[in-house]
Design a protein around this ligand. Sequence first.
Ligand code: HPA
Length: 273
Amino acid sequence: MSTLTQKLKETVDYIKKEFTTEVGVGIILGSGLGNFIDEVTIEKEIPYAAIPHFPISTVKGHGGKLIFGTLDNKKVIVMSGRFHFYEGYATQQVTYPIRVMKQLGIHTVLLSNAAGSVNTTHKVGDLMIINDHISFFTPNPLLGPNDEELGPRFPDMTEPYSKELINKAIEIAKKENIEVKQGVYVGVTGPTFETKAEYHLIKAIGGDVVGMSTVQETIVAIHGGMRVFAMSVVTDLGIREDDNVITHEEVLQAAKEAEPKFSLIFKELVKAI
Ligand code: HPA
């Protein structure tokens, strides 16, 4: 047993002692999208700080918690607060909760994030289903010895985002009369927002949006054989005529405003899974 599998066992044993649950879908809420939790009938909340081997939050007042509950009778585990590489966590820490979800028996994860757009057809507040990603700007979380118990050495990445779930989400959006875009998410480390030249580079290499999360979680989920669906909320435009002054507050505000339509799609998607 590797150190990682030993740690995972201790984490999962603790969680199962706290809450015996059937498993369903794992959900990670991005910046400004926390209100999704109102859709969930909460059965149990475990603060990250109480969970053995969970990364220790460095941000004051943002401890985060793992929430167990149901959404229209479907079992869900929601991470309220995620770990970002820019906070100083190792990639293995950033993705540890995905490993834990897998060990709890979760087969499908829904990821969300706030992102900057370089696609000039996008506007602030748009939802974009991620149909592919570029992770070359962030360290790969699978670097290092591979534990065959957790997944293969060389995972295939031809379709990291489940086509079936993408199609379901598109159907839901149509039915609910919500406009959704589709495109490529480029993962970066942050914490700086991009320079104008960097936004142009991201566009030139085929990106539609750029953000500081998601890609490492997706890689680990695919490594573990899970299905992934991911959606970005466009919170700022990297390429535009006027000056690119982007603030965290503006990002949070834009995500908050788009949150109801985001929540509706995630909710209906959970029901449909
Ligand atoms: N760049 C990177 N990450 C982001 C952005 C951005 O413009 N907006 C929200 N997260």
